[in-house]
Design a protein around this ligand. Structure first.
Ligand SMILES: Cc1cc2nc3c(=O)[nH]c(=O)nc-3n(C[C@H](O)[C@H](O)[C@H](O)COP(=O)(O)OP(=O)(O)OC[C@H]3O[C@@H](n4cnc5c(N)ncnc54)[C@H](O)[C@@H]3O)c2cc1C
Length: 288
């Protein structure tokens, strides 16, 4: 492994300075559960790794209507917060199934996003919560919707010198519910063969006013299926409509066959998991 400097940054300015100095030869580190594995495996070399866990703004977990989650907040800190659990059960679904307790105690949701694999379990749930990513760097700040963040397997919109400071989730509207499920061949410690996140918003009469579905591990990036929104808005949350949504999901994905599953299996799972998560999201929406 190529030797690299380890910098435990304590301010945004310090992170910006290290990243600006090294360009694409430096990267932020949170839990290191992807980065250190990749460095050891020789996927790429770095001259510097900037640990952002000591940056106060990256450790914010603030629920004040909307939820602001710093990019270094460990998954376990998020899901052990009872107020966050109550408000965002669809996010808890994914946080609790990543790796095991050791991974969840170190790794963050933002880092899962920045790793940008199509199988990243937190990305689709963030999309269906309409989350916004706050990006910073020596050249300024910008905000990007999660669905626009990933550009290919392991690639994203971050330019050299940029990093994610935090992610903001809008306050759940009344009648909102969300859910995430994935299929893996064993109970834990594997990456998704396919995954689906859904959110549903119901009006006072029980009709759907919004429905968002995003699918994991079935394309080069997470697949946000806006045709399902077009299908479901204004309709009743019935089994029949959710089966129709599943058929759209089946056609919308572009999976590959690999050692974990075939194209046909992944298409089939996309349909099934879409229907299931829409149903669970609706139950949660009704329960308030
Ligand atoms: C045993 C094991 C099981 C796992 N199980 C799962 C699983 O079930 N589901 C799943 O999705 N993943 C899984 N993973 C992968 C990994 O744990 C997750 O992707 C995790 O969320 C990464 O978080 P981290 O904080 O460890 O990231 P790190 O390794 O610290 O960073 C990951 C990448 O993001 C970059 N990065 C981190 N923070 C920022 C930032 N703020 N701004 C810009 N770039 C940043 C880093 O430079 C690096 O390229 C597993 C890994 C292991 C080792």
């Amino acid at each position: 492994m190529h030797p690299f400097d380890y910098v435990a940054a304590t301010s945004i300015a310090e992170v910006n300075s290290i990243l600006a100095q090294h360009g694409n030869r430096a990267r932020p580190l949170v839990g290191g559960t992807d980065l250190l594995v990749q460095l050891r495996g020789g996927r790429f070399d770095l001259d510097a790794v900037v640990d952002i866990k000591g940056v106060p703004e990256a450790n914010v977990l603030e629920l004040n209507g909307a939820l602001k989650m710093g990019s270094a907040v460990p998954l376990a800190v998020m899901y052990e917060d009872q107020a966050v659990r109550d408000a965002y059960p669809g996010l808890i679904d994914c946080a609790e199934l990543i790796g095991g307790i050791q991974i969840q105690s170190r790794a963050s949701m933002a880092a899962n996003l920045c790793n940008s694999t199509p199988s990243g379990d937190t990305i689709c749930p963030m999309i269906v919560h309409s989350a916004q990513v706050n990006i910073t760097g020596a050249n300024g700040d910008r905000t990007v919707a999660v669905e626009d963040f990933c550009t290919g397997p392991g690639r994203n919109v971050l330019e050299d010198g940029e990093w994610v400071l935090d992610i903001v989730f809008p306050a759940p509207a009344s009648g909102f519910g969300a859910a995430y499920e994935r299929f893996i061949p064993r109970n834990e410690m594997d990456i998704a063969v396919a995954g689906a996140a859904s959110s549903v918003t119901l009006d006072g009469s029980g009709k759907i006013t919004d429905a968002l579905v995003a699918l994991a591990s079935v394309g080069p990036t997470p697949v946000f299926v806006t045709a399902i929104t077009d299908l479901l808005v204004g309709k009743e949350p019935t089994e029949e409509n959710f089966v129709a949504a599943g058929k759209i999901a089946y056609d919308a994905v572009s999976p590959i066959s690999d050692m974990r599953g075939t194209i046909e299996q992944r298409r089939h799972l996309s349909g099934v998991l879409t229907r299931r998560t829409l149903t669970k999201a609706t139950e949660r929406a009704k329960a308030g």
